[in-house]
Design a protein around this ligand. Structure first.
Ligand SMILES: O=P(O)(O)OC[C@H]1O[C@H](O[C@H]2O[C@H](CO)[C@@H](O)[C@H](O)[C@H]2O)[C@H](O)[C@@H](O)[C@@H]1O
Length: 366
């Protein structure tokens, strides 16, 4: 990753990536949070005036949201069955998916944690298996493929280890193209960093959060460069409220940052209108694929933050969202898979299908 230049593809900039918007609109999302319980992805404003608007349950609401993002209770079989009728297994419905992909260029977007790698207690140990890596490598040989993650690009690149992929790190705020060899150096073109000016404030907030949370056993603050993750997974549930309070207290000094929640994690990020969905739109535009009915984007993800991407594909009318979850959840994804093992199986079937299509096309030509 030697090349740190911000390079916009022709006719594309942070603002051009959002049709009809001005750069100011990037900053317009404070207070735009939907607090609807039906909303699968709620933005939790990180500023005190917003919290004053929703007292006194705001902290318990944050804690509830974190709890709900990682359900652990076992469900009645029929409850799960009812849900899978709405969001059928992408494996069980593979023929249907293959039929939708017929004659189209498939673009595969993959979330990392909980999708390609199993959820583990220590975020620094969330490795993917060698088998999964081989499957993702095969996917990249046959399709345009991207990893879209909350992790910083550098960390996820070191976990995935496949330079041929596109990477959208920090929840899409750091987008890089495949790494190419240039003599004895390698370079990945930085395609977009829409939150660059927030780097100093993020670095400062990171230090403040580390300091504030250091007395909470098990709490961990992860620096994802353009955003931060405050991990609750190893913290005793009895301390979740006070940890959420600590995070909120720090954010009062940073009105340009906001909070969202994920799987036993609070994410701190710049208050700009940018998310994984925007990153997917940007990548499709960069590849010259947006709005094309002969392109089928497929997005696999497990977390609340992936809902933004599911929404974008749902709205476009020709994309497929696949939610990775063992538990029924409100989602904009059309299909489901239970866990990373099923994700791997799905990716392998996709590659197998593509190989069969390519060899029958070759046979037809000779
Ligand atoms: O967008 P993703 O690739 O899903 O990244 C979202 C966050 O994932 C990581 O946290 C989650 O996975 C950890 C390892 O399994 C787990 O310990 C934690 O509880 C999960 O929330 C990552 O550490 C975060 O930085 C990402 O934002």
């Amino acid at each position: 990753m030697a090349n740190q230049e911000v390079v916009f593809p022709p006719d594309m900039s942070a603002t051009a990536a959002m049709p009809g918007s001005s750069r100011r609109a990037l900053y317009a999302c404070r207070g735009s949070a939907s607090t609807s319980l039906r909303s699968p992805y709620r933005v939790l404003p990180g500023v005190d005036d917003e919290y004053r608007a929703r007292p006194p349950c705001a902290t318990s609401w944050v804690v509830e949201a974190i709890r709900a993002s990682s359900p652990a209770r076992s469900l009645a079989v029929d409850e799960y069955d009812a849900w899978t009728r709405l969001h059928p297994s992408a494996l069980g419905s593979f023929e249907q998916i293959a039929a939708a992909a017929e004659g189209k260029q498939v673009v595969v977007f993959m979330d990392y944690d909980g999708t390609l790698s199993p959820i583990v207690a220590d975020p620094d140990m969330a490795f993917m298996t060698a088998e999964m890596r081989a499957a993702v490598r095969d996917v990249a040989r046959h399709f345009r493929a991207a990893i879209v993650t909350g992790r910083c690009v550098e960390k996820v690149c070191s976990f995935v280890g496949l330079p041929e992929l596109y990477y959208a790190g920090s929840h899409g705020m750091d987008i890089k193209g495949p790494t190419s060899n240039q003599g004895d150096t390698t370079a990945a073109a930085v395609l977009l960093q829409p939150a660059r000016e927030f780097l100093p404030v993020i670095a400062e907030a990171y230090q403040a959060l580390v300091e504030k949370t250091k007395g909470t056993p098990g709490a961990k603050v992860e620096n994802n460069k353009f955003c931060l993750s405050v991990h609750f997974r190893c913290v005793d549930e009895k301390r979740w409220s006070s940890l959420a309070e600590q995070v909120k207290a720090v954010l009062r000094d940073y009105p340009d940052l906001k909070l969202t929640e994920g799987r036993k994690v609070l994410e701190v990020r710049p208050s700009i209108m940018w998310d994984k969905g925007k990153a997917v739109e940007f990548l499709l535009q960069s590849l010259g694929f947006d709005g094309r009915s002969d392109v089928l984007p497929v997005y696999l993800g497990d977390d609340r933050t992936d809902e933004d991407a599911f929404k974008v594909l749902g709205k476009s009318g020709h994309g497929l969202g696949i939610l990775v979850s063992k538990f029924p959840r409100e989602t904009d994804a059309s299909y489901s898979l239970q866990d990373p093992t099923e994700v791997m199986e799905f990716l392998l079937r996709l590659v197998q299908w593509k190989r069969r299509r390519s060899s029958s096309a070759t046979r037809a030509r000779v």
